[in-house]
Design a protein around this ligand. Structure first.
Ligand SMILES: *Cc1c(COP(=O)(O)O)cnc(C)c1O
Length: 387
């Protein structure tokens, strides 16, 4: 049976070049980077050259990169670390209703611990308005956190404008760039953010490694207490192979960006057009102009997204219904609901997220399976009335 993986926003396979770069650091070069002997020094050099490589690509300083265990930790360190460090300057924080749980939950935690949070609503395309942010900012606002590209819809926010408005009041700006990194090019100073989160496994590096960019002027309260790793900002022995792999993955992503963007834009464009042609009563979710090139989110009226997911799985096709983290629950995605999509349509949404191994033969296979399965599920759905 053919297998097609269309769930790259959930996780990606490690790139062969990333694997090669990491290999020596599991067995031969296994030293603890904090050790003073030769073994340790080799690991230290590997980490510091990874840091320099990433800083060169992001156009920031090496000391502004903090390595973490992934996107969730980076978001927690950013949000809680800034809130605790600035709690005497103000207790108001702002985010949006379309964030990943790894941003929403730290915000809810801070709400239970003496902070007041404002959650901005997106428009029907999933975009956050600069004016809404402007109106929400107060003199006691210390932090704004807005996702760069959404994991469920692929919608990209105008981070540069949002950060600019935020800075006028003296608040700091964080962005969860887990889904944008590797999919769209950026430079930190052009984005204008103070803090930015990246996760390795969303861009062909392994799971369990990530980074936080932190502007050198910004003080943070560390969450992990222990050794003096990462300049006293994140205690814990560094994941040396993971860090080497993350730097390689970022290098490859930026190297291949133009070519991959063109290819993925074509693939998702043709896929979307064909779905529109072949399957009636569908709704494309999210802003089609401001989106990452790999993500297509479509609602198929009168069928459960989860039923589509399971029937495609039987044909070797991997997609996601709603948020990957929420699967197992039958709750519709909070992101899609926040955009004003009715619950029954949100419930009927499938996310197709393409990646470097997908090609045109995959599209043909998926389109045939999708057309058949949606048709079959609708024929047994009491909700579907073909007009
Ligand atoms: C996957 C994801 C995270 C969490 O990253 P992990 O490395 O899996 O902890 C955070 N934010 C977004 C937008 C994501 O897609």
């Amino acid at each position: 049976m053919k297998k097609v993986y269309l769930d790259h926003n959930a996780t990606t396979p490690v790139h062969p070049e990333v694997m090669e770069a990491m290999k020596p650091y599991f067995m031969d070069e296994f030293g603890n980077p904090s050790s003073l002997h030769g073994y340790g020094r080799k690991s230290r050099v590997a980490i510091e050259s990874a840091r320099e490589k990433i800083a060169g690509i992001f156009k920031c300083l090496p000391q502004e990169i903090i390595f973490t265990s992934g996107g969730t930790e980076s978001n927690n360190l950013a949000i809680k670390g800034i809130a605790w460090a600035r709690k005497n300057m103000g207790r108001h924080i702002i985010t949006s209703t379309i964030e990943h749980h790894a941003v929403l939950e730290p915000f809810h935690y801070l709400e239970r611990n003496g902070f007041e949070a404002t959650f901005l609503e997106p428009d029907s395309n999933g975009r956050i308005s600069v004016d809404d942010l402007k109106n929400a900012l107060r003199t006691d606002t210390i932090l704004v956190s807005i996702i760069h590209a959404n994991n469920e819809t692929g919608t990209i926010q105008d981070i540069a404008e949002l950060a600019l408005i935020t800075h006028k009041t003296g608040a700091l700006f964080h962005t969860d760039a887990v889904q944008s990194t590797g999919k769209i090019p950026y430079e930190i100073d052009k984005l204008g953010v103070d803090i930015l989160s990246v996760s390795g496994h969303k861009l062909y590096a392994p799971k369990g490694v990530g980074l936080l960019y932190l502007n050198k002027k910004v003080k943070i309260q560390q969450l992990n207490h222990g050794g003096s790793h990462e300049s006293n900002r994140r205690a814990g022995t560094e994941n040396v192979p993971g860090i080497v792999g993350l730097a390689k993955a970022i290098e490859i992503a930026w190297r291949d960006m133009d070519e991959e963007t063109e290819r993925l834009t074509k693939l998702t464009g043709i896929f979307t057009e064909e779905v529109k042609k072949r399957i009636p009563d569908i709704t494309i979710i999210g802003d089609q102009k401001h989106r990452v090139p790999n993500t297509v989110s479509i609602a198929f009226s009168a069928v459960e997204g989860e039923s589509i997911l399971l029937s495609l799985d039987l044909k070797g096709i991997a997609v996601s219904a709603g948020s990957a983290c929420a699967s197992g629950e039958t709750e519709p995605s909070h992101v899609i609901l926040a955009m004003g999509v009715p619950p029954e349509l949100a419930q009927a949404t499938i996310r197709f997220s393409f990646g470097r191994l997908n090609d045109f033969s995959d599209i043909d296979y998926v389109l045939d399976a999708l057309e058949k399965e949606v048709d079959r599920l609708r024929s047994i759905s009491p909700l579907y009335h073909n007009s």
